[in-house]
Design a protein around this ligand. Sequence first.
Ligand SMILES: [Zn+2]
Length: 258
Amino acid sequence: MNEPSVERPILLLRETAARIAPVRGTPVDEVLAGATDSFFAAESPLGTVYVAVGQEGVRYLDPADSEEDFARRYRRRFGRFVSPAQGDEVAGLAEKVASALAGERVDVPLDLSRATPFQRRVLHVVKGIARGEVRPYVWVAREAGTPGASRAVGNVMANNPVPLLVPCHRVVRNDGSTGSYAFGSGEKVRLLRGEGVEPEEISGSPYVATPTTGIVCHATCRNARRIQPYNRRAFRSVRSAVEAGYRPCKVCRPVAAA
Ligand SMILES: [Zn+2]
């Protein structure tokens, strides 16, 4: 039997690099040196998306028109090359991403090393908003440790590197209206409906209270969902509910100043 040849895999690697390089505009030696990140395609509620992988997990998700388009955007944003994942190098992660995008509760590791500490805190808070629920900017700001920073939270959402995995579509304006979305406000409404949220029920009255418990909730809090229609009291703000004698829910923690 022949000894396994060392030259053979290196030759294959060089061939692969030479094949990828012209498409990505990447120098062959950079591909060989591992200076590129990997990406793969996945199906999502936004259609086909491309998912780039950094050292710690998913770094970027985008519904680009083509692989080339995605690679260009990635390069512009992160200053690094990206090329299709080879073999099963990201198989485990790709499986988790597919499950998460299909609506399953899967913890997908993210690589947010390029984000600022503030962006990371905001993205972490938003990652925790459950399917079927929405939260206003003012809540995300308070939970991220920067009360009142609604506008800054909005900026982080607009530049979210990993939409759907960090569900920025579940963050709504402080008055409960759906607000903008990187992929269009219509898409945001469609995504929320697909998750069992009726945006028009929340718009204008994002808080709900009930005299049976004396508690005020975000309208999509799991506690609020249990309130019988005849016991349901809608409020425009937490403040008005508190003035009417209600206490903020300990589960969804609505911001009393809102
Ligand atoms: Zn609640």
